[in-house]
Design a protein. Structure first.
Length: 338
C-alpha cells in the first residue's frame, strides 16, 4: 500500500505534474546529465539581482519594498553609468548596500548608443554599446577608477576591450583585487565559445540573452563555470520575455546563476534623470514584486533551495588569459617570467 508520504516527490516537482500525469501528459523526467556541476564558492547555486536602480532614491525604494515583501537581494545594478552620478550619490548607494549586504554594480562610462556615430541608430545597430575610439575607452576606465575609489566593488562593462583593460588594471593592483566585472546583457554571448572568451577576458559574471534555450545553458556549463546573469523577465529592448516557469530549470542547468528581476512593458530610463523619477520609482517597486513572484513559484515547486547567503558576492576561481607586460606586448617580446 502506498502512503501519502511515500507518494510525495523526493525533489522539486514539475508544474502541474500530479494533475497531468493521470491524463497521459506527464513531463519527461529531468536528465541528470543536463544539470550544472557548478556552484558559487559559498555552496549556493543562485543569487538575486534587481537591475536598473538608477540612484539613491530608487535604491531606497527597492530596499523598502524588499523589506515589505521579504525579497532577499544579493546585487543591485544600475544602467545609466558612473558618469551620471555625483560622488555623494555614489557614496550614499555604497553605504546603503553595505548596510544590507547587497553588492552595488555601476555601469562604466560612454557607450556607442549615446555616441555621435550614426551606425548605432541604423537597422543593423552598428557597434551597439561598444566604446567608440580611445576617448570612449578612456572614459570607461576613468569611471571605473573613480567608482572604485568611492568603494564600488562591481563594475558593469559593455565592451570586450574595456573589460580586458580593466582586468589588467585589477591584475596590476590599480583596481582592488576583489573588484568584479559584470558583462552587460546588451552584448551577452550566445554560444559556449564566446562565453568562455569573455570569462578569460576578465568577466566575473556574464549576462546571457533571455531568448537562449535551456539546452543552450547546458552547453555553456559544459565549458565554463563563470556565473551567468539571466533576466527572468526581460525589458522590452531585450525582447520582453517572461520566463517565470523556467526559473527552477534555469537554476538546475545554469548554476551558478543570478536571477534578474527585470520588467517588460516599462519605458526605458537610460540615461536617468529627475524627469523620469516617477517611472523609475514605480518600476523599482514592481521589479521587487516580480522577484517575490519568482520566489513564491520556486517555493511552491520545492525548488527554492540553494540560495546563496546574503552578502555573498565573489565568483570563485575562473580561467583568464595571461596578462603580459605592456612593453613586451608592444615589442612582441616573450613575457618575462618572475
Amino acid at each position: 500500500m502506498t502512503t501519502a508520504a511515500s507518494a510525495l516527490p523526493s525533489g522539486p516537482r514539475r508544474p502541474a505534474d500530479a494533475a497531468l500525469a493521470p491524463l497521459g501528459h506527464a513531463a519527461p523526467a529531468p536528465d541528470p546529465a543536463d544539470a550544472s556541476a557548478h556552484s558559487f564558492p559559498d555552496g549556493g547555486t543562485w543569487r538575486t539581482e534587481i537591475p536598473s536602480v538608477e540612484g539613491p532614491e530608487a535604491l531606497a525604494t527597492v530596499f523598502k519594498e524588499a523589506g515589505r515583501l521579504d525579497v532577499p537581494i544579493h546585487r543591485i545594478s544600475q544602467g545609466s553609468g558612473v558618469w551620471m552620478l555625483t560622488d555623494a550619490e555614489i557614496t550614499e548607494m555604497v553605504e546603503s548596500c553595505a548596510e544590507l549586504g547587497a553588492e552595488l554594480c555601476l555601469f562604466t562610462g560612454p557607450r556607442g548608443t549615446w555616441d555621435i556615430g550614426g551606425a548605432t541608430r541604423s537597422d543593423s545597430g552598428g557597434g551597439g554599446l561598444r566604446a567608440r575610439g580611445h576617448d570612449a575607452v578612456a572614459g570607461c576606465v576613468e569611471d571605473a577608477l573613480r567608482a572604485a575609489s568611492l568603494g564600488v566593488k562591481c563594475l558593469l562593462v559593455a565592451d570586450e576591450g574595456v573589460l580586458w583593460l580593466l582586468h589588467q588594471l585589477r591584475e596590476r593592483g590599480e583596481l582592488p583585487a576583489d573588484t568584479t566585472f559584470k558583462l552587460s546583457a546588451l552584448v551577452g554571448p550566445v554560444n559556449p565559445a564566446s562565453f568562455a572568451v569573455f570569462e578569460q577576458l576578465g568577466a566575473d559574471s556574464i549576462n546571457i540573452p533571455s531568448d537562449l534555450t535551456l539546452e543552450h545553458l547546458t552547453e555553456i556549463r559544459r565549458v565554463s563555470r563563470a556565473p551567468m546573469d539571466f533576466y527572468i523577465e526581460a525589458p522590452d529592448d531585450l525582447g520582453g520575455y517572461v520566463r517565470l516557469y523556467d526559473a527552477a530549470e534555469l537554476i538546475r542547468r545554469g548554476a551558478p546563476i543570478y536571477l534578474k528581476f527585470g520588467l517588460s512593458k516599462s519605458p526605458g530610463i537610460y540615461p536617468y534623470g529627475a524627469q523620469l523619477r516617477d517611472v523609475a520609482l514605480n518600476s523599482a517597486r514592481e521589479r521587487v514584486r516580480r522577484g517575490r513572484l519568482v520566489l513564491d513559484l520556486l517555493a511552491r515547486l520545492g525548488a527554492d533551495g540553494g540560495l546563496s547567503p546574503l552578502g555573498s558576492r565573489l565568483p570563485g576561481p575562473l580561467r583568464r588569459f595571461p596578462v603580459t607586460d605592456a612593453s613586451d606586448a608592444a615589442t612582441g617580446a616573450a613575457p618575462q617570467k618572475s
